[in-house]
Design a protein around this ligand. Structure first.
Ligand SMILES: NC(=O)c1ccc[n+]([C@@H]2O[C@H](COP(=O)([O-])OP(=O)(O)OC[C@H]3O[C@@H](n4cnc5c(N)ncnc54)[C@H](O)[C@@H]3O)[C@@H](O)[C@H]2O)c1
Length: 254
């Protein structure tokens, strides 16, 4: 129970990595705000958290909208009493294609979700973390920011910005005892990947192709990301800030 009496907000918690992160925090004693644009998935995850004995609240949040992010943080404070950990995990990927063919609205949406979402999380979350005398921010970046591959250049650029914000904020917030770290996952078979590839499901041959470039020979599981996020948020990582942890089975080495 590493997070007993801690209050955690997880964005993009209606599915994929965010769902696993929210449920892992709940299993370790935290009260969890499940924030997402997806109401059906967000309410499902919230009720599963409650059935497992955790305190949980769904807040419909578009992380690119200031009023939504402000309301998300206010809900954590008014319902649970504060904020200890903010996980900026919500993300979107445009369909994979050459950058010069990408529609302008997709470029704007991917930056608004992945990059502005982290800025807004900082803008409204940091005052609440400071009220508690310190805390942790974890951002979901991507191995694509470190070792880009063709087709998702705009998306990878957003995650490069997330890494830079993580490291910059780590220095800015150290005097306030707020640690800021990130995770860099490699490909996973989540809804995100289906959207990027324009597929309703990921057939075995596609999974095998994706896994072939990963030395450990498999895709990321949501539980891999959740385990890393909980470690970075825990007291075991109390001297780690500005760390962007590769969760990639060795993909970025070669
Ligand atoms: N799946 C991968 O291969 C992969 C690899 C590296 C990094 N990531 C990153 O991991 C994070 C989680 O993605 P995932 O793989 O779990 O995919 P996912 O699609 O299962 O989860 C993403 C969640 O974010 C939510 N979301 C999207 N736009 C939002 C917005 N504007 N406001 C609030 N919520 C919004 C979606 O509704 C969804 O529930 C993302 O930041 C993504 O960029 C994914």
């Amino acid at each position: 129970m590493r997070f007993k009496e801690k209050i955690v907000v997880v964005t993009g918690a209606a599915s994929g990595f965010g769902e696993a992160i929210a449920k892992s925090f709940g299993a370790e004693g935290a009260s969890v705000v499940v924030a997402d644009v997806n109401e059906v998935g967000g309410k499902r995850v919230t009720s599963q958290l409650e059935q497992a004995g955790a305190r949980a609240l769904f807040v419909r949040t578009d992380v690119s909208r200031a009023e939504d992010v402000r309301a998300m943080i206010e809900a954590a404070v008014s319902t649970f009493g504060g904020l200890d950990v903010l996980v900026n995990n919500a993300g979107f990927c445009h369909r994979a294609m050459p950058l010069w063919e990408l529609p302008e609205e997709d470029y704007e949406r991917v930056f608004a979700t992945n990059t502005k979402g982290v800025y807004l999380g900082a803008k409204y979350g940091i005052p609440a973390l400071r009220e508690r005398g310190g805390g942790v921010i974890i951002n979901t970046a991507s191995i694509g920011a470190v070792a880009p591959r063709p087709g998702v250049t705009a998306y990878n650029a957003t995650k490069g910005a997330v890494i830079t914000m993580t490291r910059g904020l780590a220095v800015e917030l150290a005097p306030f005892k707020i640690r800021v770290n990130a995770v860099n996952p490699v490909a996973a078979a989540t809804n995100f990947m289906k959207g990027a590839l324009g597929m309703d499901s990921l057939p075995d041959d596609v999974r095998k192709t994706l896994a072939a470039g990963i030395p450990l020979g498999r895709l990321t599981e949501p539980s891999d990301v959740a385990a890393a996020v909980l470690y970075l948020a825990s007291e075991d990582a109390s001297f780690l800030t500005g760390v962007c942890l590769d969760i990639d089975g060795g993909r970025s080495i070669s």
